[in-house]
Design a protein around this ligand. Structure first.
Ligand code: ARG
Length: 460
């Protein structure tokens, strides 16, 4: 059978596999609510501009409202015969109110309609991702607040570098996720633009009021160029690249949780609620949630690249390739929302082992920089101080003697400037406490960072 919506110029209907291949209703039914919302605004605009009569408008609006209620009640049924969500809804409207339903599509095309649906949908979804991220930020700050004096080795090259406060480490992720939040908010802003009224690509001969329908829909702006309006998918790329970066941050954090949860590190234990067992090895407690978040980062990168690749080389304006803008975005949305909320739960329940973290600082030479700084403060050129301490470390490693356990005479033989007060500087808590530079791991600085973060979250 020929297509009822556009089959007029056709002699034959499509083959069954073309109908199936061309259809998007299997996935774009997720836009049903926003499709009806967009149509309601369009119908009101058509009445306001007298393109439709008040009575036609009333019938259409009442019909759309009835559909909205049925949708919520789960009473709408979609069919691949009507290809996509737009034609399914229009057909359901016809069943609801009769042939007057056909007037709704005046001065509109599916090209601006699908773009409008997607913009509305993304505005909602981006708001809920921002809310999830704010929860994560709050959880991080709470954990940091409880751990200012928890000491651990800071790493470079995965080697013990210098002692830090665990709170300072957590706040590094606070900064990353704060930037992520900014990127999602920016993506929300780029979605906040109405394509409605661009029609197929060239606008319309009807005296429509695009600003009115945009305002009805709560858009901050309208696209200034109708060709751009129907072919722009930048706002989806903005979302996908924000999503890819967020997943990269979550994945790095997960990688550390997985390592620190190992027997070898033992810095923390993932709570039972967020760990899994083995069907063969009874002793196992595996970090599956963290591993899955790390693993799912790959698919979100894939979603970003799929979209970039789909858009590359597309001629203006609308091409059916653009229908491929949906599934990857839906997948990235579901993945990012799941991962963010699961990660937040896992983090909140994480049991850290402060004794184990502190114990790893007792014989690791991570206080070597303290000794070099001590000498530099006494006037020894830093390069020379570095060499002196390097030799002491070499000696200490050969003899299993950490710097803070070396007798004063031994230290003084290496550098006569060393006095008994050196031992205070070598203690890890002092190595942290004495750091005063802005943004450093010093307890004062960390408390300041926490206070700033609390304030920012309260005002958000
Ligand atoms: N289902 C289509 C999409 O999602 C709607 C637009 C169809 N327009 C067209 N000219 N075939 O992109």
């Amino acid at each position: 059978t020929k297509n009822q919506m556009w089959g007029g110029r056709f002699e034959h209907g499509n083959t069954a596999d073309v109908v199936r291949f061309n259809a998007s209703i299997q996935f774009d039914q997720r836009l049903a609510k926003h499709d009806i919302t967009g149509s309601l605004a369009h119908a009101k605009m058509l009445v306001k501009t007298k393109i439709l009569s008040a009575s036609e408008g009333q019938q259409i609006i009442a019909g759309l409202e009835a559909l909205q209620e049925k949708l919520v009640a789960g009473q709408l049924e979609f069919s691949p015969d009507y290809e996509d969500i737009h034609m399914n809804i229009e057909n359901l409207l016809k069943e609801e109110i009769g042939p007057v339903a056909g007037k709704l599509h005046t001065a509109r095309s599916r090209n601006d309609q699908t773009a409008t649906d997607m913009h509305l949908f993304m505005k909602d979804e981006l708001a809920s991702i921002s809310a999830l991220l704010k929860n994560l930020l709050q959880t991080l700050v709470n954990k940091a607040d409880a751990n200012v004096s928890t000491l651990m080795p800071g790493y470079t090259h995965l080697q013990h570098a210098q002692p830090i406060s665990y709170a300072h480490y957590l706040l590094a992720y606070y900064e990353m996720f704060t930037r992520d939040l900014g990127r999602f908010q920016a993506a929300q802003k780029s979605a906040d633009n109405s394509p409605l009224g661009a029609a197929a690509l060239a606008g319309t001969t009807f005296p429509i009021d695009r600003e009115y329908s945009a305002q009805e829909l709560g858009f901050a702006a309208v696209y200034q160029n109708s060709i751009d309006a129907v072919s722009d998918r930048d706002y989806l790329l903005d979302f996908l690249s924000a999503a890819a970066t967020l997943m990269m941050h979550l994945s790095r954090f997960c990688e550390e949780i997985i390592q620190w949860n190992s027997y070898e590190f033992g810095y923390l234990e993932i709570s039972d609620q967020y760990a899994t067992g083995s069907s063969i090895m009874p002793q196992k407690k595996n970090p599956d949630v963290a591993e899955l978040i790390r693993g799912k980062t790959g698919r979100v990168y894939g979603d970003l690249f799929a979209m970039l690749t789909t858009l590359k080389g597309l001629p203006l304006a609308y091409d059916k390739d653009l229908q491929e803008d949906k599934e990857g975005v839906f997948d990235a949305l579901d993945t990012v929302k799941d991962c963010t909320s699961l990660f937040t739960g896992m983090l909140a329940e994480l049991q850290i082992k402060p004794e184990k973290m502190a114990a790893s600082l007792t014989d690791d030479f991570s206080n070597a920089t303290e000794l070099a700084d001590y000498l530099a403060a006494k006037g020894v050129p830093f390069r020379q101080a570095h060499a002196i301490v390097g030799q002491l470390v070499h000696y200490g490693m050969e003899n299993h003697l950490p710097l803070q356990e070396m007798p004063l005479e031994l230290l003084q033989k290496a550098a006569p400037q060393i006095k008994a007060d050196v031992y205070a500087d070598l203690a890890p808590e002092n190595a942290v406490a004495r750091r005063v530079s802005l943004g450093s791991t010093g307890f004062e600085q960390v408390r300041f960072q926490i206070q700033q973060a609390q304030q920012k979250l309260a005002n958000n």
